[in-house]
Design a protein around this ligand. Sequence first.
Ligand SMILES: [Fe+2]
Ligand SMILES: [Fe+2]
Length: 227
Amino acid sequence: MVPRAALLLQYSMYLRILRQLLITLQALSLLPLALAPGVRMDTLLDKLHQDHVNISRLLDILEEQVQRYGKGETPDYPLIVDILRYMEDYPDTVHHPREDMMFARMREHGVDMEMETILRDLEEQHRDLREKSLNFLEALRGDLSAIAVPREAIERHGIAYLEAHRSHVDMEESRVFPAAKRMLDEKDWIALDRSVSEREDPLFGAVVTRVYQSLYEHLVERFEKAH
Ligand SMILES: [Fe+2]
Ligand SMILES: [Fe+2]
């Protein structure tokens, strides 16, 4: 039997797909706005925010696993590796480049020195986060092979990654996204939507890629326990 939480997740995905279809039809002038009232354009900012919600869920799971190192317990290695693989596959490869394009668009409107410094730091962190996750993954792989990696070193890499990623997301949500919302207009969002990668999220999107099936099931299980 399909679990209730899985059905709920699928239901919300279908709603998103239907809404996106209506938006596409509107954009192609095949459906007048009046025929789909209340359907608002899902801007890049909405998508980026949803990515942050999803990323934060995964960071919480990762934190629980990192804490196991501190407590001397055995962590769930495949779960950690799946999360880090996803971080490289989607946030590093799709989410961050999309943000970089939004930052560039903000600059075209003119940003003050303070915002420029924030944007530059965030761009640097996009590269740095990938490096931190690779360091963490490398330490984990070493632990799984014959190489003896001290537990403290793995824990340290894990904490460094968690802290860096969380503070990065916080800065974007608290400073940059509100500024983007103020500065960019409908035309900017449409242009951005056209220029960024269209790649769907392989875990939280409409179709779960096979490699993320067990991570998806883990998320469904957690969702069920929480509700
Ligand atoms: Fe970012
Ligand atoms: Fe982000």
